[in-house]
Design a binder for this molecule. Structure first.
Ligand SMILES: Nc1nc2c(ncn2[C@@H]2O[C@H](COP(=O)(O)OP(=O)(O)OP(=O)(O)O)[C@@H](O)[C@H]2O)c(=O)[nH]1
Ligand SMILES: [Mg+2]
Length: 266
């Protein structure tokens, strides 16, 4: 069991961040949502993880959980200092494995909704309510952020990303038989119980596969919708905005669609 090997840092001695001070205060929520866990999978995002956490508005989530996937640059320490709960993997396991750890944490600690966002400061935490709204209203169990929906935005968006996300979303639409405008977007919210209704504990989902896998399964189940979201890329390209390697990792995001459609995986 993965959980046996993990190291968890509770934010006991750390100062409270904006989101932490809203802990347990889901007062403005109505409908189906009780407690929200924000999961930030992170690999070597020093500087950016702090920027991400400090942008989470008060009372939008109950807890921020950073899954530090064996970073070597102090990412976990930076997150803990800002009041996040940090789970550190004993070795680099992949973004899918990190999100799975987050979902299991939600299950074990009573969070009924999980929000996933990037740790590299590319999503806007103030937009989390947009993702929660369809769940609150009972219209969806999985809400996918989309930079291409009306109301969504692309800031300093590289042309290569526009082409890649467009082509990928077109393929997603064709293969899933549902309109998908931003299939690669990792900014999403879902019911913990919905995620757990799928067999997440499959090793082939450990890297980039889990995110499209979850979205595809929710589309098949008829419980997924999109909501507008903004994606921000750094002006200064030298800063780096991605861990994805061309071709090798693109195949990893395409593979789940193919395997699920062909019935070769479940
Ligand atoms: N836990 C964990 N997180 C990872 C790993 N690889 C990437 N991430 C995190 O996943 C998030 C998204 O990764 P990126 O490589 O930037 O990909 P993206 O943001 O979805 O897309 P682009 O920025 O457009 O390439 C970031 O917060 C990364 O730190 C990993 O091996 N383990
Ligand atoms: Mg990125």
């Amino acid at each position: 069991m993965i959980g046996d090997e993990l190291t968890q840092t509770a934010p006991d001695a750390a100062p409270e961040s904006a989101a932490m001070s809203g802990k347990g205060s889901a007062t403005t929520r109505r409908g189906r949502i009780q407690r929200v866990l924000l999961v930030l999978p992170a690999l070597n995002e020093a500087g950016k993880i702090g920027a991400t956490i400090s942008k989470v508005p008060e009372r939008v989530v109950d807890t921020i959980l950073v899954i530090d996937d064996y970073s070597t640059d102090g990412t976990g320490e930076e997150a803990a200092a800002l009041g996040a709960v940090v789970i550190r993997h004993p070795q680099n396991m992949g973004v899918g494995a990190a999100i799975r750890t987050g979902i299991y944490y939600a299950r074990d600690h009573g969070y009924d909704v999980v929000v996933v966002a990037a740790s590299d400061d590319q999503d806007i935490p103030a937009e989390i309510p947009r993702l929660l709204e369809p769940i609150e209203q009972g219209r969806a169990e999985f809400v996918q952020g989309s930079r291409y929906l009306r109301g969504g935005k692309r800031v300093h968006h590289p042309l290569s990303r526009t082409i890649m996300t467009w082509v990928y979303s077109a393929m997603f639409t064709l293969i899933s038989f549902h309109r998908v405008t931003d299939g690669t977007n990792g900014f999403r919210a879902f019911l913990t119980s919905t995620a757990l209704s799928f067999p997440l504990d499959q090793e082939w989902l450990n890297r980039y596969e889990l995110e499209p896998y979850l979205y595809f399964r929710c589309l098949q189940k008829g419980v997924a919708v999109e909501a507008p979201a903004t994606k921000v890329y750094p002006v200064e390209r030298k800063i780096g905005y991605t861990k994805m390697r061309p071709f090798r990792d693109w195949w990893k995001i395409f593979r789940p669609l193919l395997l699920l459609r062909l019935g070769m995986r479940h």
